[in-house]
Write a protein of this length. Structure first.
Length: 277
């Protein structure tokens, strides 16, 4: 029987993501992830779970493509299946274009930190750099300021937050338009106006806003350097609910097209699998 499935695996420090594509139909098999503190355990657990959930056997697997920081702990095979390593930044670019349906754009992979990749169909993705601000920043500051580092809890309390109790806005410091067309509610200084009545929810929302505004601005600079408007957000942090509103505001202010596609958190692992097609 012909081997039908190309597998992509993204091995992180504590989470491993896995996805598959049918070699004939090119159909995407629903991605999934597992958590484990050990990357080897995580990789084997993800592979085993993927096979069971999708009623597959090892004989169905045509190729295994592996990426991610944790992949360095794996030798040369997984369940006795040899695998190919794919450079993470290439996987980010391929996955971002596939999920967005674009032919060119900046792909911002928002994980513990944030990596920026310029991707264009038919060309090798180019790593541009990035910023150390990302999910790790949000969790670290939340633990220090709020005494919590569970992202679901942080997002939950942030849903009732009010940025006016924390951030300094343009309309707090001037009655005049600094830049014609810009909203006077845009941020002048993150955490520049912390009120005595600021709640934990206010602080949580301000942290999320600061992280996303930072990612947004470095992405805008990168996009303008290439004369384009499209930025695709992928990675775990892109699934935070507040992202839609914050990046929507940046779209309107800076005439950008930030996109958070379906399955955005799986962008890199999808790109890894595509590299094997």
């Amino acid at each position: 029987m012909q081997k039908q499935i190309v597998i992509g695996i993204d091995v992180g420090g504590s989470t491993t993501k896995i996805v598959g594509f049918h070699t004939v139909t090119h159909a995407l098999i629903e991605p999934l992830f597992v958590r484990a503190t050990d990357p080897i355990t995580s990789a084997y657990g993800a592979f085993g779970k993927f096979l069971v959930v999708n009623h597959l056997t090892l004989s169905d697997i045509a190729k295994v493509m592996i990426t991610g920081v944790g992949s360095s702990y794996l030798t040369d095979s997984l369940y006795d299946l040899p695998f190919e390593r794919i450079e993470e930044f290439r996987a980010i670019g391929l996955g971002g274009l596939y999920l967005s349906g674009l032919t060119e754009g900046i792909i911002a992979s928002c994980g513990t930190g944030t990596a920026l990749v310029y991707a264009k169909s038919g060309e090798a993705p180019l790593y541009l750099g990035g910023t150390g601000v990302g999910g790790g920043t949000l969790l670290g500051l939340s633990k220090r300021l709020l005494g919590m580092d569970n992202i679901a809890h942080i997002v939950d309390i942030a849903s009732e937050g009010d940025l006016s109790h924390v951030d300094l806005k343009i309309n707090d410091i001037t009655k005049h338009d600094i830049v014609p067309g810009f909203s006077d509610t845009m941020t002048a200084s993150n955490f520049g106006n912390v009120s005595d009545i600021a709640t934990r929810g206010d602080i949580a929302l301000a942290l999320i806003n600061m992280v996303f505004e930072t990612i947004g601005m470095v992405s805008i600079f990168a996009a303008r350097n290439y004369g384009i408007r499209d930025v695709v957000l992928t990675g775990n942090l892109s699934s935070v609910p507040q992202a839609e509103e914050i990046f929507g505001t940046l779209n309107r202010m800076f005439d950008m097209r930030f996109t958070i596609p379906q399955n955005s958190r799986f962008g890199t692992v999808i790109g890894a699998a595509l590299a094997g097609m």
